[in-house]
Unconditional design. Structure first.
Length: 191
DNA sequence: TAAAAGATCCGCT
DNA sequence: GCGGATCTTTTAA
């Protein structure tokens, strides 16, 4: 599988968000390969109040201002990790939250990481769940998405007319923006 | 220094 | 559908 080129990320965030659908997250963990196809994303940009980068760079959101193609990971509610793909040029605080994956390689390990639950879709149908399944945490914050630990690769995109759009989930500010994109009818899309 | 909110998930009703 | 868990970061006094 072909790793995405750096230029992929250096485009308007909404465009990158849409194009991330179908791309594959490849995580190497403990000598094993875990991968999943992206089926749901949300875009965030420093010009709107829902983004962590809204108030400018801080210790926590620093990676969001790095160059496109960087990984931004943070802890939410003291419990769950969320992974974001940083977009646009260095200095711009923009990123795309990965909200759901369709498991490809290493599904047995993902299941184990998720407490051996039976419901297959519950392994990766949410931003916190997929990070737990892939063992992604803040130790990976700031890495380029083209390395041995974690990378993004080409994959089959949604078919024609298969992209859905809606407001983002679980936010209170800028809630009117329809910056969430997902593959229609994919069982792994959250909630 | 303190307080509150938060890009979530799970279990229970 | 609702509330609790759990803790980091941010903001206010």
């Amino acid at each position: 599988m072909e790793t995405l080129p750096p230029e992929f990320y250096l485009r308007p965030t909404l465009q990158v968000a849409r194009d991330l659908l179908g791309k594959v997250v490849v995580r190497r963990w403990n000598g094993r390969r875990l991968s999943g196809r992206i089926v749901e994303v949300e875009a965030y940009h420093q010009r709107e109040a829902a983004a962590h980068s809204y108030g400018g760079p801080t210790a926590r959101n620093r990676a969001m201002f790095a160059r496109g193609g960087t990984l931004y990971v943070y802890l939410i509610y003291g419990i769950h990790h969320c992974m974001n793909v940083v977009t646009e040029a260095e200095g711009v605080g923009a990123a795309v939250l990965i909200r759901a994956l369709e498991p490809l390689e290493g599904a047995d390990l993902m299941r184990a990481h998720r407490g051996d639950i039976d419901r297959r879709v519950a392994w990766t149908n949410g931003p916190g769940k997929l990070c737990q399944a892939l063992r992604i945490d803040r130790a990976l914050d700031g890495l380029l998405l083209a390395g041995p630990e974690v990378a993004l690769a080409e994959g089959p995109g949604p078919g024609r007319g298969r992209i859905g759009r809606s407001p983002r989930i679980g936010i209170s500010k800028a809630a009117e923006l329809e910056w969430r994109f997902f593959e229609k009818d994919n069982p792994y899309v959250s909630r």
